[in-house]
Design a protein around this ligand. Structure first.
Ligand code: NAD
Length: 351
């Protein structure tokens, strides 16, 4: 392994969540220390529109690197090996495509992928054409508990998998994590079709993206397993995730504990799974670096995985729009939810 450190840059430093002046979570403040953890990368530049935020980032982390107001200038000047994209979703596509075309070797972009299905495909195509490692921060794939649940399923502890269920506050922003987990549990098998419905009666804007306030979706993977997800304040399935097998059930209660009623177990068995020294975010950043160090290694948070779960989100929007099942691959490249809002069919103004 070469001792030369990877040249690392960040787009969008932000300010950490709930700190004065913050506009979001300031995810860059998590990307940076976690990217430094394995000692293989060094920060050489940042790009943040607002000087006060850039200065605060540097003061917090003890760095003194150039801040570029223009991220394209940073990409042109700094010969970056790795770039973190920590801006809001409507900017992910243009930034990812620019980074891929500028010769960056690995892109670590925040979730959700983008605001239209067409943009998601263009991002992945730009990375593939340029031989770039493209990752999305579905870092929960690195939570030990979820990995343990996946192993239990693979080892047949609940028999053949029949259905995976999940609930959360929304489908587009948080749901991108949970759909990604559903694919993770099911070995990243491709999905075949999606049927879904969305509701939108309130202004639901997260990280600049407007989204549905309730969704229900049902989908089928090629291996026959079904997916069911309910989102919004009214969603209740009695667990965070539920995996139903022919001979048992696993219920994920939170990110550190699950319970299983499996083969040969007479009553629910509760299992705690500690995370260990490295957080999921640290392991995710390490995954990006590992893909550079070990050619051929595919990160758990690879775009190949993210694009499959993201397709289900946009297929649900499309299904709601056309009042029917959507067969994959998804042909419609827009955002069916935004189409419906723009047409005044759903949305806060249609109450
Ligand atoms: N993976 C997770 O668990 C997780 C958690 C929270 C947020 N996120 C995601 O992280 C992303 C960023 O959210 P955040 O809360 O960190 O945002 P934020 O508002 O805290 O920070 C974004 C920063 O980007 C800057 N910016 C905007 N346009 C820019 C440009 N053209 N050039 C340079 N900088 C620019 C803004 O000034 C702002 O400081 C979102 O997509 C969000 O969904 C992920």
């Amino acid at each position: 392994m070469s001792e030369t450190k990877y040249r690392y840059g960040i787009i969008g430093t932000g300010i950490p969540w709930r700190e004065e002046g913050s506009s979001g979570f300031g995810m860059a403040n998590a990307h940076y220390p976690n990217m430094m953890k394995n000692g293989r990368a060094e920060l050489v530049a940042i790009s943040e529109l607002l000087d006060a935020r850039a200065e605060r980032f540097q003061a917090t982390h003890g760095t003194d690197v150039p801040n570029y107001h223009s991220y394209t200038e940073m990409l042109a000047e700094e010969s970056l090996d790795i770039v973190s994209i920590c801006t809001w979703p409507h900017l992910h596509a243009e930034m990812t495509i620019a980074a891929a075309n500028a010769g960056v070797k690995a892109i670590y972009c925040e979730k959700p992928m983008a605001i239209s299905w067409g943009d998601c495909k263009k991002m992945k195509a730009a990375a593939d054409e340029n031989g770039v490692i493209l990752c999305f921060n579905h870092q929960r794939r690195h939570i030990k508990l979820f990995q343990e649940v996946r192993r239990a399923v693979q080892d047949g502890e609940i028999g053949d998998l029949v259905q995976i269920e999940a609930e959360c506050g929304n489908m587009y922003d948080w749901g991108t994590h949970w759909l990604d987990m559903m694919f993770f549990y099911n070995n990243d098998d491709p999905a075949e079709w999606v049927i879904g419905q969305i509701n939108s009666q309130t202004e639901n804007k997260i990280f600049g993206a407007i989204m549905e306030d309730q969704a229900v979706l049902n989908f089928k993977w090629r291996n026959g397993v079904r997916g069911y997800m309910a989102t919004g304040d009214l969603a209740k399935i009695g667990a965070v995730h539920r995996l139903i097998g022919k001979e048992g059930v696993i219920e994920v209660l939170n990110e550190r504990s699950y319970r299983i009623l499996g083969k040969g177990i007479g009553e629910w068995k509760h299992i705690e799974v500690p995370q260990g020294d490295w957080s999921d975010l640290a392991l995710a950043a390490n995954d990006v670096v590992r893909a550079l160090d070990e050619p051929g290694y595919k990160p758990l948070i690879s775009a190949d995985n993210a694009i499959q779960s993201t397709e289900v989100i946009f297929a649900t929007y499309r299904s709601s729009q056309i009042h029917g099942r959507v067969d994959l691959p998804l042909a419609y490249e827009g955002n069916g939810y935004l189409d419906l809002v723009n047409a005044g069919v759903i949305g806060p103004d249609t109450k």
